[in-house]
Design a protein around this ligand. Sequence first.
Ligand code: BDR
Ligand code: CA
Length: 313
Amino acid sequence: MPPRKIIIDTDPGQDDAVAILLALASPELEVLGITTVAGNIPLSLTSLNARKVVEVAERRDIPIYAGCDAPMKQALTTAEHVHGQSGLDGYELPEPALPLQDTHAVDFIIDTLRSAPAGTVTLCPLAPLTNIATALQRAPDIAPRIAEIVLMGGAYFEVGNITPAAEFNIYVDPEAAEIVFGCGAPITVMSLDVTHRLLVTPPRVEAIAALGNRTGEVVAGWIGFFERFDTAKYGSQGAPLHDPSTIAYLLDPTLFTGRHINVEIETRSPLTRGMTVADWWGVSDRPANATFMGDVDAPGFFALLTERLAVLP
Ligand code: BDR
Ligand code: CA
C-alpha cells in the first residue's frame, strides 16, 4: 500500500508537536506539508515551532507554510496559560535552519487538493479551522476532492475546556468550524470525549523518557510542562494528550469507537459560542455529517506512540 498523503494543519503547542512527530515516524503516512495557523499562540510562534519540531525529527524536507493570523470574524484567543509563552515550553530547542515556504498555507491547501487525484489527500487539522475554512470558502471545488478531514476539536460528554460549553479549537473560530462541518467531505472528529482518556500518566511519560533517543527526551520535557496546568485543573493523574489522536486514528482506526452523527456548531449564543452540538443520541432529524469519536483504547494508543517515537533520532 502506498503511504496515505496528509496535510497537517497546526498551532504547535506541545500536543501538536507530538502529533507531527508521530506522523513523521510513521511510514504509512506521507506528510505533504505542514500548515500553521494562529491558535495556542500567535502565528509567528506556531510557524517557528513547526520549524523546530520537524528539525527534532531531522526532516528538513517537510515544507512548512504559514497561514491565517486571526480567526475569520473575531479576535484571536490564545492559550499561553496551558502551553507557556513560547507555546512549546518544557524543552529548549535551537533556532531552526529550515525556512518557511513563500506560499500562503491556504494557497498550498487549495493547490495540493486541485493537483492531486481526487480522494487522495487527507487533511489533519489540530487547531482552529481558519486555514481549512478559508480554503473551502475561496475554492469550494476542493471539498469533494478531500479524502477525509480527521480533526481534533469539539466535545459532547466533556462539553468544554476553554469555556464551560466549548472546546478550544472550535471556540477560537466557530465560523470556520461551521464552514468545515458543512462542507460535505467525510469528517472524523477526535473530541475531548476521546482525548480526556489519553492521559499522560507518570509511567507513560517515563516510558517515553526512557527511549534513549533525543526525541524521547524532548517529548517528555514538553509533556512534563503542560501537564502541570491540566492535572491541577482536572485533578487527574496526567494531562490529556489531544492532537496525536488524529494521527493514531490514521495509523490504527481500530483503537477508536464512535458514531456517525450530525454535528452543528453554535455561533450565535454568547454563552455557548463554539459548542459542538453533537446529536449522539440521534434525537434530531438532521443528517449525519461527521464520525464523532467517543472512546479509545488508551493503552493501545500509548503503546503505538511510544513504539513510533523510538524510531526517531
Ligand atoms: C486543543 O487545544 C489546543 O490547546 C491543543 O493543542 C489542542 O489542539 C485541545 O482543546
Ligand atoms: Ca493544537
